[in-house]
Design a binder for this molecule. Structure first.
Ligand code: SAM
Ligand code: SF4
Ligand code: F3S
Length: 440
């Protein structure tokens, strides 16, 4: 009987893509993949360290896995991903997180060591705990076809790691140095996805703008990927404002099947804070970029990431962030309270903005940004948009869900349409995150 593996994934899209690589490695080695944790022989959790609450969710989950292991000691539990890389053999230590009773892991595997998983799992069955957390300058899993199940939308990791060292961020420590996959191997993967009928591809990297395979930059890659199959919509994430080139913006503008959507994290509206964050650009540079993008790509949607309560942030700095939101009028934002992460530069600064002030500022940012997103969406009422259908709506089997060419979520009646179709929808109603409409 084949052993069954279950995986649970936390964190960013790169982790989602990595879990598909992990499942591919294990399936090739003869494991069966299951969505049912109750029947699993191996429980894996692919983890995130970006903020403390991301880690706490996983630690809580490990407590649940411990209960399962108490009932069935044969189960192998593996911790993968960024927490594995950051905390390493602490997971084996009885003192670690004793309050949550999480000393449950049999194997600890960092993001660059997934090829070792089959061997580590087999050893764990013979009672040997295992750890593999070396970061590699070359591993990019280029030869592994991720185990994709959705049939419509695919992730392709085009680069791994990050060299930016923003002072608040743990990613350069958990993912190591930047490394880009060769353009040709990415194109080959796109061709295969095209042949399998995929309709949407998202190119992934922590900072795709610094993609460089020694011959091509990210704009070259994007152009080549877009030209493989015009019926495939191409998205990418994440861009860093420091090195987003005009060439890249022109490429997005000129290729019809590249989504007119850019996620461009800014983090703060204050130059003083940006400097402390080691973001390496000013707010003036950011405004100029936004202007260039909007000039070259009319109707583009732009989203961002923001952090409230970075060390030393004053009320005045916070007001500058609110100002930025009013001026740029983003279509959406991921908004976070600052969370100190061990080993980062900012960790050496005192986390001096009191929790209640952080949360108050965060709520002000959220409230303002939601109002702006709502007003942006209101302008779409009465307009027609092209939508790629992704799935049934969560709320009703009579409704379907898709996304516009600007990556906005749209809900509309099913009316015999199929997942994977491109259709036109007339927008009748909106809120700050979703458009509602009728098909025409
Ligand atoms: N590489 C991307 C970038 O440069 O924006 C995304 C990195 S991170 C996975 C996603 C977002 O998490 C960041 O843009 C930042 O807003 C947020 N973040 C990272 N570290 C954080 C921390 N210590 N506290 C709060 N938010 C954080
Ligand atoms: Fe973290 Fe900055 Fe790298 Fe993004 S660019 S992953 S925020 S260090
Ligand atoms: Fe989290 Fe690691 Fe992604 S820290 S955000 S899973 S790169």
């Amino acid at each position: 009987m084949k052993k069954k593996v279950y995986i649970e994934t936390y964190g960013c899209q790169m982790n989602v893509a990595d879990s598909e690589v992990v499942l591919s490695i294990l399936k090739t080695d003869g494991f069966e993949i299951t969505d049912d944790i109750e029947s699993a022989d191996v429980i894996l959790v692919n983890t995130c360290s970006v903020r403390e609450n991301a880690e706490e969710r996983v630690l809580g989950r490990l407590g649940d896995f411990k209960n399962k292991k108490n009932k069935n000691p044969e189960i192998v539990v593996g911790v993968l991903g960024c927490m594995a890389e950051r905390l390493r053999d602490k997971f084996f230590s009885p003192e670690f997180s004793h309050s949550k009773n999480t000393n449950v892991a049999d194997i600890i595997v960092g993001p660059d060591e997934y090829r070792k998983l089959p061997a580590l799992i087999n050893k764990a069955w013979h009672g040997e705990k295992g750890i593999a957390v070396q970061l590699s300058r070359i591993e990019n899993y280029d030869d592994i076809t991720p185990l994709r199940t959705n049939g419509i939308s695919a992730w392709i990791t085009v680069m791994r790691g990050c060299d930016k060292f923003c002072s608040f961020c743990v990613v350069p420590f958990t993912r190591g140095r930047e490394k880009s996959r060769p353009l040709e191997s990415i194109l080959q993967e796109v061709r295969e996805l095209s042949q399998s009928g995929y309709k949407e591809i998202t190119l992934l990297g922590q900072n795709v703008n610094s993609y460089n395979d020694r011959k091509s930059d990210f704009a070259d890659l994007l152009k080549n990927v877009a030209q493989v199959d015009r019926n495939i919509r191409i998205l990418f994430t994440t861009s860093h404002p420091q090195d987003m080139s005009i060439k890249l913006i022109e490429t997005i503008a000129s290729e019809p099947n590249i989504a007119k959507y850019i996620h461009l994290p800014v983090q703060s509206g204050s130059n003083r804070i940006l400097k402390l964050m080691n973001r390496n650009h000013t707010i003036e540079h950011y405004y100029q970029l936004i202007q260039n993008i909007r000039n070259l790509i009319p109707d583009v949607a732009i989203t961002t990431d923001l952090i409230a309560g970075f060390p030393t942030e004053t009320e005045q700095d916070h007001q500058l962030t609110l100002e930025l939101l009013k001026n740029v009028r983003f279509d959406g934002a991921f908004m976070f309270a600052y969370s100190p992460r061990e080993n980062t530069k900012a960790y050496q600064m005192t986390d001096d903005v009191p929790e209640e002030v952080k949360l108050r500022r965060l709520n002000e940012i959220i409230e303002l940004q939601n109002q702006i997103a709502y007003e942006n969406n209101l302008k779409l009422v009465g307009k027609e948009v092209d939508v790629l259908i992704e799935s049934l709506s969560k709320r009703s089997a009579e409704q379907m869900k898709g996304r516009t060419n600007t990556n906005k979520k749209v809900v509309f009646p099913k009316n015999g349409h199929e997942i994977g179709d491109y259709i036109r929808v007339k927008i009748t109603n909106v809120n700050s995150v979703t458009l509602f409409g009728i098909t025409i």
